[in-house]
Design a protein around this ligand. Structure first.
Ligand SMILES: [Fe+2]
Ligand SMILES: [Fe+2]
Length: 398
């Protein structure tokens, strides 16, 4: 997971994907409200009581343990299934790539020369690309939050920190795989000399302190739908940073991003398989959860990012990601459409009345999002340029 920016078109102030995605620029809140995609009635502002650790922000009324307790048994009964069907998507450590495989070797005589070459290549890459790569790296670096999030889920959490259930083994090994992503991007960006590492490090510290609010309510139904979406989102966005790096002439950076993308793809396969199994066992409960998650919008994992300079940092980073084509509103609709197809939601039968409504809602949603996106594109206005502390306060076009 560890995911990526958000699906939004920020190009038109009138663009309103309010039911689907993040708010557009015109609805960006004052400095007291930096949390995206979550503004709705029933939300409340959290006073900035813990100021040294967290930026001011808004969270929802927090719903917990919404899954009926008897459904926990479903996950316990899937232990053996998960061992055979989910754990197989992990890679043995000895077969995994490591960040060092892609970085200058500090013990070698050629280290200085390798760093020089890396920096020469990085010089050809524009600032807007670096803003997005930094945002992606910051997102990956908030990994403690994502492991915490998985361990909020009833029936699958790691109860001891070293539990031997398949679910817990997965979560720890998944985290260990993901840990290489932020590590590699962080070291690459450090060596590139193009970014303000201290500002970036502060952003990471704030973000981990802030956590995230994915609204998964301790339910593995919601949780695994969320992670399915997010792993695919990161697969797409890292794939796009790879493509753009190549276009900018940096094949090695392209390889870095592409390698991370392939991990995300493997993780997507595992999480979508879990949800596929839930659809088989409990189609009604799963389609209701899918619709619920999509109504709430899939908040991006780093939606609470903050650098003490820009109160709308996440929105600005997302807008640049959208403009340069790393992660767009179209991607959001495409992911949703992919998942609807992957889980054969249109073919579900025997649903309750509520289940059928949920089915209709999710099946019709990709087209609705696309229509809104097209309308927004038609009305797109010139966006401002904004300073990013991550690149020494240089301005970038949103
Ligand atoms: Fe991931
Ligand atoms: Fe990742």
């Amino acid at each position: 997971m560890a995911l990526t920016p958000t699906p939004l078109s920020f190009r038109s102030p009138k663009f309103n994907l309010s039911s689907f995605a993040l708010p557009q620029m015109s609805t960006l809140r004052s400095s007291r409200f930096i949390m995206a995609s979550t503004l709705r009635s029933g939300s409340k502002e959290v006073e900035n009581l813990k100021k040294p650790f967290m930026p001011p922000r808004e969270v929802h009324v927090q719903v917990t343990h919404s899954m009926p307790p008897q459904k926990i048994e479903i996950f316990k009964s899937l232990e053996a299934w998960a061992e055979e069907n989910v754990l197989v998507h992990l890679k043995p450590v000895e077969k995994c790539w490591q960040p060092q495989d892609f970085l200058p070797e500090p013990s070698s005589d050629g280290f200085d020369e390798q760093v020089k070459e890396l920096r020469e290549r990085a010089k050809e890459i524009p600032d807007d690309y670096f803003v997005v790569l930094v945002g992606d790296m910051v997102t990956e670096e908030a990994l403690p939050t994502y492991q915490t999030m998985l361990n909020t889920l009833d029936g699958v959490r790691d109860e001891t920190g070293a539990s031997l259930t398949s679910w817990a083994v997965w979560t720890r090994a998944w985290t260990a795989e993901e840990n290489r992503h932020g590590d590699l991007l962080n070291k690459y960006l450090y060596l590139s000399g193009r970014v303000d590492m201290r500002q970036i490090e502060k952003t990471i510290q704030y973000l981990i302190g802030s956590g995230m609010d994915p609204r998964t309510e301790n339910s593995p139904y919601l949780g695994f739908i969320y992670t399915s979406f997010q792993e695919r989102a990161t697969f797409i966005s890292h794939g796009n940073t790879a493509r753009l790096a190549k276009e900018h002439g940096d094949v090695k950076l392209a390889q870095i991003c592409g390698t991370i993308a392939s991990d995300e793809k493997r993780h997507e396969t595992a999480y979508t398989k879990i949800v596929e199994k839930l659809f088989e066992i409990d189609p009604d409960g799963t389609v209701l959860a899918f619709a619920d998650m999509m109504r709430k919008k899939v908040a991006m994992p780093a939606h609470l990012m903050y650098d003490a300079c820009d109160d709308n940092l996440f929105e600005h980073y997302s807008a640049v990601a959208q403009r340069i084509g790393v992660y767009t509103a179209k991607d959001y609709a495409d992911i949703l459409e992919f998942l609807v197809g992957r889980w054969k939601v249109e073919n579900l039968t025997g649903l309750s009345g509520e289940g059928r409504k949920a089915q209709d809602f999710v099946c019709g949603l990709p087209a609705r999002i696309r229509r809104l996106e097209e309308r927004a594109q038609g009305k797109a206005k010139q966006m401002p340029r904004v300073r990013f502390s991550w690149i020494f306060d240089r301005e970038v076009q949103l």
